[in-house]
Each structure stands twice: as structure tokens, then as C-alpha cells.
Write a protein that binds this ligand. Structure first.
Ligand SMILES: Nc1nc2c(ncn2[C@@H]2O[C@H](COP(=O)(O)OP(=O)(O)O)[C@@H](O)[C@H]2O)c(=O)[nH]1
Ligand SMILES: [Mg+2]
Length: 255
């Protein structure tokens, strides 16, 4: 299966069925969202699919989000009865942090599955949690297909589930800016017009993004700015945290 499998509607239906069938066997779902946009990167129908199973909300890529926004979001979700934590799955201490929250919330054995929309860091997180215990699934002929349990010492059981769910708001500029929904080249002008003021709010960069492109030497023949290259660089840079911590949603927007 290719990397873009999540965009097949058939895969979506299969994931919904899988999640529904697996829910009774799980202690909880670990729902991964992007800390920079916790509302829009959350998959609302999931709450119905998982039935009575609890969800533990991971606001991932916390290293890229405004710390103040993330602190407020954690309070927001906890205040609504949802266990939530901010995490940077790329960091080695992510494992200990998530295990602690799960231990506080559940009793062993901990049977868990990671779900969420594309590109929020689900695979990174699973690898962090199971490390070298990860099993190869269905890659070779004759191997069992479908979800595989990864059993870890201490009563931890992680489900290696391709738990991708399709975002509901496929037109949303925040999801496109974060790379959760792909953006077409011709959409990037509008995206950058929205992101750039958020990036430059501290005044360290020129307020006009074309100036930034010129300074970076993104020029075409005759010295005119290469707009597309500048736009692409800004969006990729934003997604990778090149411009610092920027949140696209704040709890005050939710009210
Ligand atoms: N900065 C940052 N990047 C992350 C973090 N977690 C994952 N990523 C990156 O986000 C991208 C998508 O991660 P991946 O695990 O493939 O997401 P998935 O599609 O949800 O499985 C990769 O480039 C990861 O390296 C994080 O905590 N911080
Ligand atoms: Mg993945």
C-alpha cells in the first residue's frame, strides 16, 4: 500500500468498520491531533465509532505550537472530561509522558490503538511507544494480514492499526496549511496570505512575504520574484516549524 492510501474512500469505510469492531477489545483509543489546530484536526465522527470507549487526546507536535495556546487547550479538553496531553512524539520522553497519563486513567492491561487524521504523527508516536518491538505486518506473502497486536512488558498492548480517518473539512485552510489535507499549487497564495501575518506577528520577518522570498533569493530571470517557489517554501517551512511556534486555533475561537 502506498503512502496516500488514506485518501481512498474505501479505505475510510474499512477504517470505520475496523474501529467499530475493535472498540470492545480496547481499553481506550489514543486520538492524535495537531496541537496547532486541535479542533479542526479532530475527527468528530470517531466519537460515535468508538462507542463507549474512552479516548485519550494527544495534542502532538507541541514543539510547533504556541505554548500558551497549548496550555489553554489542555485545560479546555480536561474541563470537558477528556484526558488530554501535549506531546512531541519526536522526543524520546514522549513515551514516558503518554504512559503516565494512561496509567493515571486506566488499569492494566492497557489495550490501545492510535487513530487520527493524516500527518499528525501517528506512526511516529507508535514507533516511539513500541520501539524495536514493532512487528512487520503483512509485508511478506504468507504473513497474517490486518491489525496486529504489539505486546510490551508491563501490560502494554498496542494495536498496529492503520487508523487513518479522513478529515471532515477538506477545504479548511488550516488543514491545508498543516499538510493534513493536500493543497494544490494554485491555492497556496491564499494560504500564505493567511499564515504569513501569524508568522510575522513578532516582527522579526518582513511583513510582506514577497520580501522574504526576495531576500532568500527566490528569483526568476530578470530578477523578478519566483512567487510559486516562495509560496511553497513558506508552506513547507511553516509545516516544519521553520518560523517558530504558531498556533492556528485558540480556545477562545471555540466558544
Ligand atoms: N515537529 C514535529 N514533527 C513531528 C512530530 N511527530 C511527527 N512529526 C513529523 O510529522 C510528519 C508526519 O508524521 P507521521 O508519523 O508519518 O504521521 P501520520 O501520518 O499521522 O502517521 C513526519 O515528518 C514526522 O517526522 C512532532 O512531535 N514534532
Ligand atoms: Mg502513519
Amino acid at each position: 500500500m502506498g503512502k496516500k492510501q488514506s485518501w481512498y474512500p474505501g479505505h475510510m469505510v474499512a477504517t470505520q468498520r475496523t474501529i467499530h469492531e475493535l472498540a470492545p477489545y480496547l481499553s481506550a483509543f489514543v486520538e492524535v491531533i495537531d496541537a496547532r489546530a486541535p479542533l479542526i484536526s479532530r475527527h468528530q465522527p470517531l466519537q460515535q465509532w468508538v462507542g463507549a470507549r474512552p479516548s485519550i487526546l494527544v495534542l502532538n507536535k507541541a514543539d510547533l505550537a504556541s505554548q500558551s495556546a497549548t496550555t489553554q487547550w489542555i485545560g479546555y479538553f480536561k474541563g470537558r472530561g477528556t484526558p488530554a496531553l501535549a506531546l512531541t512524539s519526536r522526543n524520546t520522553n514522549a513515551k514516558r509522558q503518554l504512559e503516565q497519563v494512561i496509567r493515571d486513567f486506566l488499569n492494566p492491561p492497557y489495550r490501545l490503538a492510535i487513530v487520527g487524521v493524516p500527518n499528525v504523527g501517528k506512526s511516529t508516536l507508535l514507533n516511539r511507544m513500541v520501539g524495536a518491538h514493532r512487528v512487520a505486518t503483512g509485508a511478506k506473502p504468507g504473513m497474517t494480514r490486518g491489525p496486529q497486536w504489539i505486546r510490551m512488558p508491563g501490560g502494554w498492548e498496542w494495536l498496529d492499526l492503520p487508523g487513518v480517518v479522513t478529515p471532515r473539512h477538506s477545504m479548511d485552510w488550516r488543514l491545508k496549511s498543516l499538510g493534513i489535507v493536500p493543497s494544490a499549487a494554485e491555492e497556496r497564495f491564499a494560504l500564505v496570505e493567511k499564515i504569513w501575518p501569524l508568522i510575522t506577528v513578532e516582527g522579526k520577518l518582513p511583513s510582506d512575504w514577497t520580501e522574504w522570498g526576495k531576500n532568500r533569493g527566490f528569483l526568476k530571470a530578470g530578477g523578478v520574484i519566483d512567487e510559486q517557489r516562495t509560496l511553497d517554501a513558506i508552506i513547507v517551512g511553516f509545516q516544519n516549524g521553520k518560523f517558530g511556534r504558531v498556533s492556528l486555533e485558540w480556545p477562545r475561537d471555540a466558544e
